[in-house]
Ligand binder design. Structure first.
Ligand code: FNR
Length: 355
């Protein structure tokens, strides 16, 4: 069966067939009418690759350096919540797959496996911790990925219709008490939205980045920036990285695709801060385009969940291997022997045709 699954889309189709409705809808959904959800993917095809020829690509190297550490591929795992709905080993299996592939795994604050469980499952892998700040404050890992696009969760209609709650055997494993299980009751609408509205700190401001910097020595990455203006404020505050993201189109519908927002952010701060991207990456050529437009690395949300739903750690490894192979082909055929050879002139917007 799995031999027939040769691209991310195949794994997505498989996940749609096997996941329970409640979990599938939660994983799949975007906010509102889901225009941005569709756009996140389609926008990649508006960028075209300009291949170069005869450049000796016999030996190729897909590795790169992120925050001073070597990673084997410029494709990591974004934080996605509640992964044990996709596979019993959830976040632990995902982290092990990232470790095996020599890349970065990011654990969500609202994971169904604890920091300690994931640390034990993948002791040698590079692990980042994604932070949501609650009304009362705490932290964890090698870098902190502060998600700044989420004063509250977007309106995900399927979750409202389904009255989404976690299956009763699961909980938010980084917490105890109400913060661990408070999602599990809902009288009205999405239990997740009710939980987030009650417990996330909606009063966060830029000055709170200074507070976070004062209580941690870990590098801080700001996740969820879509404008040059916010990227400049972040760079001035001295953050280590910016993850250009519209949260997988789950926050407010109608934003640009992440890949469309990337160039203005690279132009504004690209030489001061490492820039990463997530949202709609499903093919090695998407990775190539993001790197040519100035991202140092891309991250996957849903594709890793589809891998988990297929076969846990093995499934995520398959997803990462597929994207790695596709990227390797793209490199070879465009005349690049390594990641640094992917120059900014190798990708143009489709408006190129009208010039
Ligand atoms: C997310 N995302 C997310 N982001 C975050 O900072 N903390 C979180 O807990 C979650 N949870 C989450 C759950 C699910 C099911 C999805 C699909 C997404 C957003 C995620 O980190 C990432 O930005 C997007 O998923 C990237 O888009 P793709 O790869 O899913 O298209």
């Amino acid at each position: 069966m799995s031999e027939a699954l040769v691209c991310v889309k195949d794994f997505e189709k498989h996940a749609f067939a096997v996941l329970p409705r409640n979990a599938l809808d939660y994983y799949r959904s975007g906010a509102g009418a889901e225009e941005t959800l569709v756009h996140n993917r389609k926008a990649f095809s508006k960028f075209k690759i300009r291949p170069r020829c005869l450049r000796n690509v016999a030996k190729r190297d897909l590795s790169t350096t992120i925050l001073g550490e070597k990673v084997e591929i410029p494709i990591g795992i974004s934080p996605t919540a509640m992964q044990r709905m996709a596979h019993p080993e959830g976040e632990c299996a995902n982290a092990r797959a990232a470790q095996a592939m020599g890349t970065i795994f990011t654990l969500s604050t609202i994971a169904t496996s604890s920091i300690e469980e994931v640390a034990q499952a993948a002791p040698y892998g590079t692990k980042w911790f994604q932070l949501y700040i609650y009304n009362d404050r705490q932290a964890g890992f090698k870098a902190l990925v502060l998600t700044i696009d989420t004063p509250m969760f977007g309106l995900r209609l399927a979750d409202i219709r389904n009255k989404f709650v976690l299956p009763p055997h699961l909980r938010f494993a980084n917490f105890s008490g109400d913060k661990a299980t408070g999602i599990n009751t809902t009288e009205k609408g999405s239990g997740l939205n009710n939980y987030v509205n009650r417990l996330f700190d909606q009063s966060l401001e830029w000055k709170d980045i200074r507070w976070l910097q004062s209580i941690t020595k870990l590098p801080i990455i700001l996740k969820g920036i879509l404008t040059a203006e916010d990227a400049l404020i972040g760079a001035d505050l001295g953050v280590a990285g910016i993850l250009v993201s519209n949260h997988g189109a789950r926050q407010v519908d109608g934003t640009p695709a992440s890949i469309e927002a990337l160039p203005e952010i690279v132009k504004a701060v690209g030489d001061r801060v490492e820039i990463y991207l997530d949202g709609g990456v499903t093919d090695g050529t998407d990775v190539f385009k993001a790197l040519a437009l100035g991202a140092k690395m891309v991250f996957l949300g849903r594709p890793a969940l589809w891998g988990l739903a297929h076969s846990g750690e093995e499934g995520v490894k398959k997803i990462l291997t597929i994207l790695k192979t596709e990227l390797d082909y793209a490199l070879a055929i465009t005349g690049c022997a390594s990641i640094k050879d992917i120059g900014s002139t190798m990708v143009v917007h489709e408006a190129y045709y009208s010039r």
